[in-house]
Design a binder for this molecule. Structure first.
Ligand code: ZN
Ligand code: ZN
Length: 411
């Protein structure tokens, strides 16, 4: 892999993506298979003035053994120290920020008991919720990125030998993350400015609802939550630092009203859930709730997802991504939500982002629910954008506006 690009990528992610402020602690989660990239990020973190950069290694092979052999009750039990090991940094007066480096093999847990996996993962999310609120509410700067670990790269390029698959995926990541421009900081400055302009126009229209249609059978009307606000490109943490929560990001997204979603939507890309693949799926909503669903592959898994908790069968996000996004243009199916969600318009089952409600970061979950923002232990993005997607909006004053035509921004 191109070493210059590797350090450019790490520098961009840490200094612009996370935007580490002097004296903050940077908490990094990285797969054990990718130490070189973690080292590059640690170096960038100290250069940016971090008090300390802490790397938490993740090992999905180890995790698979644990999930397979551990008893469910024991896997669902957590020690307070696990949560404190994150909260201690969040509560430190100097503050913290976090970088999650993903590289998961999309089928790391294939063949394991999907119900058990789901319950274990729900127990963990519930236990960790007070830490997750720091990122869900943009209280601290956070950033999610990906690197090509061998297991994942082989899934994306199954015909190549492992080393070549890793090489190839690095080069695709450098391209779609604008690193191969040689100046990712400048390329992103331009991209963020364009995305902000679209976000601002959507907010200026003061939309009541949006309708998505495609020849594949999708006809979905989504009412927006009260005081809903379109977001995109960059976010601002409580300390005023601007950060980019996902690299790459091509989306402009908003909070649906949890009771005002009606119609049918068809998935346009396979979807990875708990290390297993759901393909060829569709769902039908009535008054916000899924009333019918199915899939060509792993339909029962979709059922598990939708029954994770009381509100997992409602949506918390609607996001617009043009078909011309670099991720979609690459023609690669990544089997990784971070990339695939930036290739197509998507919705997310489960919780909405409080930051998609004006003043929402200061409201309780109950107050947000009053405004129509969904709450759940899950937030699962699923792709619904097609090459012919048409999106129209209805403003609160009744006027109709065209948002997407043939899968592209229409304004
Ligand atoms: Zn999204
Ligand atoms: Zn999402």
């Amino acid at each position: 892999m191109n070493k210059t690009y590797l350090q450019l990528y790490a520098d961009f992610i840490v200094k612009v993506g996370v935007n580490v402020r002097p004296r903050q602690t940077l908490l990094v989660r990285c797969p054990v298979t990718m130490p070189e990239f973690a080292h590059a990020c640690v170096k960038a973190g100290y250069e940016a003035g971090a008090k300390e950069v802490i790397v938490r290694w993740e090992d999905e092979k180890l995790e698979r053994i644990r999930l397979e052999m551990g008893a469910e009750a024991d896997l669902c039990a957590h020690k307070p120290s696990e949560l404190r090991s994150w909260l201690d940094y969040a509560e430190d007066p100097d503050g913290c920020c976090t970088l999650a480096i993903h590289a998961a093999d999309p089928e790391a847990y294939a063949g394991l008991d999907a119900g058990k996996l789901n319950r274990v993962s729900l127990a963990r999310r519930t236990f960790m919720k007070s830490w997750q609120e720091y990122t869900m509410n943009d209280r601290i700067q956070w950033c999610v990125v990906a690197v090509p670990a061998p297991g994942w790269a082989k899934k994306v390029f199954p015909d190549l030998p492992e080393a070549e698959a890793v090489e190839k995926l690095w080069s695709v990541i450098f391209d779609v993350c604008r690193v191969s421009t040689g100046d990712p900081v400048a390329a992103w400055r331009e991209h963020v400015a364009k995305t902000k302009a679209r976000r601002d126009q959507l907010n200026a229209w003061d939309l009541d609802r949006v309708r998505l249609q495609s020849a594949n059978g999708t006809d979905l009307t989504i009412g927006l939550a009260e005081d809903a606000s379109w977001e995109g490109a960059s976010s601002v943490a409580e300390n005023g630092a601007e950060f980019i929560a996902n690299v790459p990001t091509e989306e402009v997204f908003c909070a649906p009203h949890r009771d005002r979603v009606n119609g049918t939507v068809c998935g346009t890309k396979p979807y990875v859930y708990n290390g297993q693949l759901i393909e060829g799926w569709h769902v039908t909503f009535r008054d916000g709730k899924v009333v019918e669903h199915g899939a060509d592959k792993n339909g029962e898994l979709l059922g598990e997802l939708l029954t994770t908790d009381e509100n997992a069968n409602r949506i918390g996000e609607i996001a617009f991504v043009p078909a011309s996004s670099p991720i979609n243009r690459s023609g690669v199916l990544f089997f990784n939500t971070l990339f695939d969600e930036n290739a197509a318009c998507h919705i997310a089952f489960g919780a909405g982002y409080p930051t998609n409600i004006r003043g929402g970061a200061k409201l309780t979950r109950a107050q947000l629910m009053e405004k129509g923002l969904n709450d759940s232990a899950i937030h699962e993005d699923v792709m619904i954008g097609a090459p012919d997607t048409r999106i129209t909006g209805v403003r609160k004053n009744g006027e109709e506006v065209t948002i997407f035509e043939n899968g592209e921004w229409a304004f």
